[in-house]
Design a protein around this ligand. Structure first.
Ligand code: MBD
Ligand code: FE
Length: 286
């Protein structure tokens, strides 16, 4: 009997069934799903060799562009909403309870694991842009179940400068500018000076930017500050907060905005370092 034509869906079953017995159940499930969906995608769209090869070249381009300062593969996932979708799935599975703790948001490609500790009250704006609007950010890390403050919890923050660049993208910023890791004090509080964040475009000189252009989409993200809060015995929380005044809240190029993560910068009196203030409490779940 002749082999089934490749258009025939039984071909897909053959590929899936070629997995051996040592494959883990989860791997088998994920690969079966992935193979089924990409085969269906190819069949439904009558994908040509040229179109498939363009996709391969985009993946290779993303790989070539990626290093410890740039995670282009992640950015490609971001512009098609995949990191936001898996973030939402993970959050929903973890918290079936109606009353949710602080919402999560995607980590994004500019996190640095080696960010230095700074003392509460420090200024993360080491390279100060001329057009900086300074803000005093403060809040508490709280146990979601008891609403009690958590002492000695860690809060890591990072943000882009007003020129739209994170420090690792910009040779004119001091290393670790606009990043810091803080420990909550005896009242569970953290506090530091930062910039009022400004909207900026995701890097669009690579495959993610090319995809955006081909889809006739803009690269802008609303102004945001990244937060990673951790405490022993609690689920680590990765999130971002967004300035309510931003014009890109409804069309973030990486689809990360959630209503509960929109915050208000308010005027701050009597502080020569900052004319604005932002209070943000983070609720962790054990
Ligand atoms: C960013 O700054 C970011 O936070 C995300 C999620 C994606 C691209 C650039
Ligand atoms: Fe970011």
């Amino acid at each position: 009997m002749a082999a089934p034509h490749r258009f025939d869906p039984t071909f897909t079953d053959n590929v899936i069934n070629s997995m051996g017995p040592k494959t883990s159940p989860r791997m088998r499930q994920l690969m079966a799903g992935l193979i089924r969906h990409v085969h269906d995608f190819a069949r439904e769209n009558e994908l040509t060799v040229d179109e498939w090869m363009a996709g391969v070249q985009m993946l290779n381009w993303a790989g070539r562009m990626s290093d410890d300062k740039r995670n282009e593969g992640q950015l490609v996932c971001d512009v098609i909403g995949l990191e936001s979708l898996v973030d939402e799935i993970t959050f929903t599975l973890a918290h079936e309870a109606a009353d949710a703790p602080t919402a999560t948001a995607i980590l994004g490609p500019f996190f640095r694991a080696d960010t230095p500790w700074r003392d509460n009250g420090a200024d993360i704006v080491v390279t100060k842009p001329d057009d900086a609007e300074m803000a005093f950010m403060h809040g508490r890390i709280i146990d979601f179940a008891t609403q009690k403050p958590l002492v000695g919890a860690s809060v890591e923050v990072w943000q882009a400068s007003t020129n739209g660049l994170y420090e690792q993208q910009d040779p004119n910023q001091v290393e670790f500018n606009l990043r810091g890791k803080f420990k909550t004090d005896a009242d569970g509080r953290y506090y530091f000076y930062c910039l009022r964040p400004t909207p900026y475009p995701v890097p669009d000189d690579g495959p993610a930017g090319k995809l955006l252009e081909l889809m006739d989409r803009h690269p802008f993200r609303p102004a945001h500050i990244h937060i990673l809060a951790t405490h022993e015995g609690y689920r680590p929380l990765t999130t971002q907060i967004f300035d309510r005044k931003d014009k890109y809240l409804d069309n973030d190029s990486v689809f990360a905005v959630k209503d509960s993560l929109i915050v208000d910068f308010v005027p701050r009196d009597g502080d020569s370092k900052a004319a604005l203030e932002l209070k943000y409490d983070v609720k962790l779940v054990a």
